[in-house]
Design a protein around this ligand. Structure first.
Ligand SMILES: Cc1ncc(C[n+]2csc(CCOP(=O)(O)OP(=O)(O)O)c2C)c(N)n1
Length: 346
């Protein structure tokens, strides 16, 4: 990286965040923290296996992983039921799993198999399961924001207290649709929670070079509460999401949460095979690894008395679950040729 000034994504740190409302916030029990840890470990183990399989050449096509960002999906989705909705982006495996999506059928989808959750036609960037309230990942940056706003409106009309959560990146926060969503959500008090995962980058551009100001503040002119949280602290995310979701269920409207996190892997796997130069220093990644969410949660659990044997048991269970899911996918048939003509508009 000689003669190259790499922009650091660390220009903004999570801890200069706007304070989340903690007044009435309950403490996370050890049982809940352990459940969120397990969920984050499932996402991490699944995605690290995907990285390995892709590097081996067995999985063609782009794969975008959320390694390092697991606390956002876990801390938000533990508040949701199958009747609440989420929309996601191209980095959506974690959101899918956190919203109780089926792991074997997600892996089969990524492998393009007939048993996949979308019959093998969606792939990694379009994992969806409407029966679980997962309206889908989305390859159009910002595309999920409009879909989630529509889902929130539908739920408001139904009046059952269900909500819609949109997961999107800091790059997507620069799309006009976020402002359109904030406008209508404010006006109609929609049960919509906008969760911006600020992972420091938009593709290969450090956020500070493409995003002006602070994202959470963009809610303010609309009269919508906005706040930033440490997106690597699953308890902080859980607390902020709990307040926002309870507010939305009660009919009090929308919230914008900026969860500040860090993408530990590439924008897309194998990116260094086609990029001409690096866009961040390895030292930056290493420094951020010290604050990754699983380690932080594990430290808290150790302080609460969870033993090494319990962690080893969870790791073994998760590993077996992931092994089974990949075996299921790899042994599943390809979609029938005739199915190419189904699920099409003509
Ligand atoms: C409308 C649109 N514009 C551009 C792209 C190309 N693109 C794919 S991912 C990406 C960056 C998205 O950044 P961000 O929203 O921060 O999400 P992250 O990748 O960091 O999770 C871009 C520009 C796209 N897929 N869709």
């Amino acid at each position: 990286m000689e003669n190259m000034r790499l922009h650091s994504s660390t220009d903004r740190q999570p801890n200069d965040a706007a304070p989340a409302s903690e007044a009435a916030a309950p403490a996370a029990t050890t049982e809940l923290l352990l459940a969120m840890y397990r969920l984050m470990l499932l996402i991490r183990t699944t995605e690290e296996r995907l990285a390995k399989v892709q590097a081996s050449g067995a999985l063609p096509g782009p794969v975008h992983l959320s390694v390092g960002q697991e606390a956002v999906a876990a801390g938000v989705c533990v508040h949701l039921t199958d009747r609440d909705w989420i929309t996601s982006n191209h980095r959506g495996h974690g959101h899918f799993l956190a919203k109780s999506g089926d792991l074997p059928r997600m892996i089969a989808e990524v492998f393009g198999r007939a048993t996949g959750v979308c019959g093998g036609k969606g792939g990694s960037m379009h994992v969806a399961d409407v029966s679980k309230g997962i309206l889908g990942a989305n390859g159009i940056v910002g595309g999920g924001i409009g879909l989630g706003t529509g889902a929130a409106w539908a739920e408001q009309l139904r009046g059952d207290g269900n909500v819609a959560v949109v997961f999107f990146g800091d790059g997507a926060a620069n799309q006009g649709v976020m402002f359109e969503a904030l406008n209508i959500a404010a006006l109609w008090k929609l049960p919509l929670i906008l969760v911006c995962e600020n992972n420091g980058f938009s593709e290969f551009s450090p956020s500070a070079t493409v995003t002006a100001g602070e994202i959470w503040r963009r809610a303010e002119p609309f009269g919508v509460p906005g706040l930033a949280v440490d997106g690597n602290d699953v308890v902080a995310v859980w607390r902020a999401a709990g307040t926002a979701i309870a507010r939305a269920r009660a009919g009090a409207g929308s919230t914008l949460i900026e969860a500040r996190t860090y993408r530990l892997r590439g924008h897309v796997e194998a990116e260094m095979t086609f990029l001409s130069k690096a866009y961040r220093e390895d030292a930056e990644i290493e420094a951020r690894r010290a604050h990754e969410p699983l380690m932080q949660a594990r430290r808290k659990l150790e302080q609460a008395g969870i033993t090494a044997a319990t962690f080893a048991g969870i790791e073994a269970e998760v590993l077996a679950q992931v092994d089974d899911a990949f075996k299921f996918a790899e042994e599943s048939p390809w979609p029938a040729v005739e199915s190419a003509y189904t699920h099409m508009f003509s």
